[in-house]
Design a binder for this molecule. Structure first.
Ligand code: HEC
Length: 177
């Protein structure tokens, strides 16, 4: 057998054996499977459509997507900020005249503050709260702020984790003492 003859099963594919031959090596013409080719053609078709759609503005390009995202974030932020009602003196003064708020404040005070300030606010570990003397200011807003932010250096813990309504109730209660 001469070296440039196809070997083994070559005779089973007589018509797909390529005619060229190098150093005795020949190859078959094996076409890609049909399903594979169709996926390949589909990607070409899609790329043509995609470029056209991008040019025509049917699909957002990167800048447009970015702009949309930035707008969305700004809207969410604005909506969240609109929900925050900044605490003001007026809301606190209104709460001071509200017995149910004072009662709610008293209940919360008994649970969290009495241990240091005594049940009647006469003080102990913490300063007296019923003597009309306020080291950190006597306005409702100043008292509210001390309860929320505490005076960490002096041992008064911050209560910023409390619900804002509860902080208002506590302020109303302290001012009723
Ligand atoms: C761990 C003890 C402790 C607890 C609990 C505590 N406090 Fe105090 N509080 C203090 C101390 C100590 C001071 C004095 C801080 C200073 O001298 O600056 C103080 C000061 C204050 C003041 C300022 C008084 C002034 O003269 O200006 C207010 C108001 C106050 N506390 C309210 C509260 C309320 C309301 C709670 C409960 C939510 C609370 N505290 C819980 C220890 C405590």
């Amino acid at each position: 057998m001469s070296t440039n003859q196809p070997k083994d099963d070559a005779s089973r594919y007589p018509d797909v054996l390529k005619s060229h031959e190098y150093d005795g090596i020949q190859e078959y013409d094996n076409p890609m499977p049909g399903w594979w080719l169709w996926i390949f053609y589909a990607t070409i078709a899609w790329s043509v459509f995609y470029v056209a759609a991008l040019g025509a503005g049917w699909i957002d390009d990167y800048d447009a997507q970015l702009e949309r995202g930035v707008t969305e974030v700004a809207e969410l932020r604005a909506a969240a900020e609109a929900d925050i009602v900044p605490i003001d003196e007026e809301a606190l003064v209104a709460a001071m005249g509200d017995d149910s708020r004072i009662a709610a404040g008293e209940a919360a005070y008994g649970r969290t503050c009495a241990a240091c300030h005594a049940a009647d606010g006469s003080g102990g570990i913490g300063a007296a709260l019923n003597d009309g003397q306020w080291v950190h200011g006597d306005s409702p807003l100043e008292i509210y702020t001390v309860i929320r932010d505490g005076v960490p250096a002096a041992g008064m813990p911050a209560h910023g984790h409390f619900d804002e309504e509860m902080l208002i109730d506590l302020t109303a209660f302290l001012l009723s003492l």
